[in-house]
Design a protein around this ligand. Structure first.
Ligand code: FAD
Ligand code: SF4
Length: 488
């Protein structure tokens, strides 16, 4: 056990955010680090519970009490090894994960939970700083027995699968449609949440270990399914769920209305020194439709681009500040959260629905008409007499994603998406009725989280390895049907 009294003597501490007026003038990460002394005390708050529910809260099964204890004892290098035992990319999750582990922390029943995510990110940052993160090449014997495998898509699911399979000795080629690898880690998530140099640093490790990347290749189009099937003995599909939810109301085709994933990739490129993006919030009154994380990413980006005003609309009512009785510990509750982007400004309006968009003389959006709604039997019922106009000249749609793409890759493999737009698969990640094809991440799960994508990539790699060699020593943290902790 870490500090036997830490949970009662040390208050929870997480990293401070840089001052708002400074950070919105640049794209660098929002968070500062906390020093080793304070962090070791934070790790010391862990109670090393008999049944560590945090393990179950984390889809990766991260060995949280173990590395808390190691950090408390200043054995940082061993802690980094234990962290990597279950997580290929703790620098991603340590920054971006919503930390369902902390919602499941036993200390959280009647006190502030252990700052698990903070400990995670500090361990991996220190490991890189100290040079402890090195390439892990497969042995010559494993490589000799390895088979050619194609991974399609280089988001967190594809990268985790590729790293696991390469380390098991297989000859892995990752095909990525975009010009650079990373999926939503690169083109969705803004620089101020995770600097891309951290992604590039990890990609350098993968390449050094032997994973080959072919970017700018649309699998199923630039390389046919027939070629993929003859050139590779197994395929891991990890193409994400990239079909965005639309808003089919009058005026939705006006100029100035864009999907978040049309806006954010251009902004991310510009933030890294590219030219002025074709879609920009500079000097605009911005409305973001969708109150989730993608909306918050648009919010922080719009402020950094110099928006005149930003309003975020959400159809659901404002969530409570504390857990609702229907979402008890150890589940991950829907509560009112203030992300770093919300701290930077903008207005949030809850329980409203957009009825139509209105145009100016040039055909560009000049306002939207919204109405307040009540949730009745799970449906949003307009409240009579509450319609009003909200002026805006840039609208960003951030309402989530409905499905995987149904392009030639999927259709030429003979796959039909299920009713929720996912690629159907068995509990072992094998694509239904297509031998040698495995499906990981949002493509099979539906829109989800990075931690689930990494856990799925690891598990799908184990399944592919078993298919290729008859056995596998690779860990498989979750079955495809596994879900988050739910109230009974
Ligand atoms: C704006 C935004 C912010 C988010 N922020 C967070 C966050 O803070 N924390 C969190 O946990 N989750 C976040 N998420 C969710 C998270 O990013 C996803 O759940 C995760 O990236 C899914 O990983 P994936 O590997 O399945 O797919 P993706 O990351 O979507 O990667 C799929 C890749 O496949 C490629 N591809 C698709 N089709 C082909 C093809 N035919 N040939 C070649 N390549 C192809 C795509 O170009 C893409 O690079 C966010 C999502 C968005 C949109
Ligand atoms: S990956 Fe997420 S859930 Fe797992 S330990 Fe880290 S912050 Fe917690």
């Amino acid at each position: 056990m870490a500090d036997s009294r830490g949970f009662s003597t040390t208050p929870r501490q997480t990293a401070a955010r840089r001052p708002v007026d400074i950070r919105i003038q640049d794209w660098r990460e929002v968070y500062l680090r906390i020093g080793a002394f304070d962090l070791e005390r934070q790790a010391g708050r862990c109670m090393d519970c008999g049944i560590p529910f945090c393990h179950h809260g984390c889809p990766l099964g991260n060995l949280i009490p173990e590395w808390n204890d190691l950090v408390w004892r200043k054995r940082w290098q061993v802690a980094a090894a234990r962290l990597h035992a279950t997580n290929n990319f703790p620098e991603f999750t340590g920054r971006l994960c919503p930390a369902p582990c902390e919602s499941a922390c036993v200390l959280g029943i009647n006190a502030d939970p252990v700052a698990i995510k903070q400990v995670e990110v500090e361990i991996i940052d220190r490991a890189y700083a100290e040079g402890w993160v090195t390439s892990q090449s497969a042995s010559a014997a494993a490589r000799a027995a390895g088979r050619p495998v194609a991974v399609i898509g280089s988001g967190p699911a594809g990268l985790a699968a590729a790293q696991q399979l390469t380390r098991a000795g297989h000859a892995v080629t990752v095909f990525e449609r975009a010009d650079l690898p990373g999926g939503l880690l690169r083109y969705g998530i803004p620089e101020f949440k995770m600097e891309k140099r951290l992604l590039d640093r990890r990609l350098a490790q993968l390449k050094d270990e032997g994973t080959v990347f072919q970017c700018g290749v649309d699998a199923g189009v630039d390389v046919s399914v027939a070629k993929l099937r003859t050139g590779y003995e197994a395929l891991v599909l990890a193409c994400g769920a990239r079909v965005p939810r639309g808003l089919p109301v009058p005026g939705s085709g006006l100029a100035g209305i864009h999907q978040a994933m049309e806006y954010l990739p251009l902004a991310n490129l510009a933030a890294l020194g590219g030219t002025e993006p074709a879609i920009s919030a500079t000097g605009r009154h911005v409305v973001i439709i969708g109150g989730g994380d993608t909306g918050a990413d648009c919010l922080g980006t719009a402020h950094r681009q110099g928006a005149l005003s930003v309003t975020q609309l959400e159809i659901l009512p404002r969530p409570p500040r504390q857990r609702a009785a229907s979402q008890p510990w150890p589940t991950y509750p829907m509560i009112f959260r203030v992300s770093s982007a919300h701290e930077e400004g903008g207005e949030r309006i809850y329980a409203v629905s957009t009825k139509e968009f209105l145009a100016d003389d040039s055909g560009r959006v000049r306002a939207l008409r919204l109405v307040e709604v009540d949730l009745v039997g799970g449906l949003a019922e307009p409240r009579p007499g509450t319609e009003r106009e909200l002026a805006c000249d840039l609208v960003l749609l951030a309402m989530g994603f409905t499905a995987a793409e149904e392009g030639p890759l999927v259709s030429d493999l003979g796959i039909r998406l299920d009713e929720r737009g996912r690629v159907p698969r068995g509990d072992d990640y094998s694509a239904a009725q297509v031998p040698g094809v495995f499906v990981a991440g949002d493509m099979g799960r539906g829109q989800s989280l990075i931690v689930w994508a990494i856990a799925e990539g690891r598990s799908a790699a184990a399944a592919a390895d078993r298919y290729l060699t008859g056995d596998s020593a690779l860990p498989a943290p979750i079955r495809a049907s596994a879900g988050p902790l739910m109230a009974g």
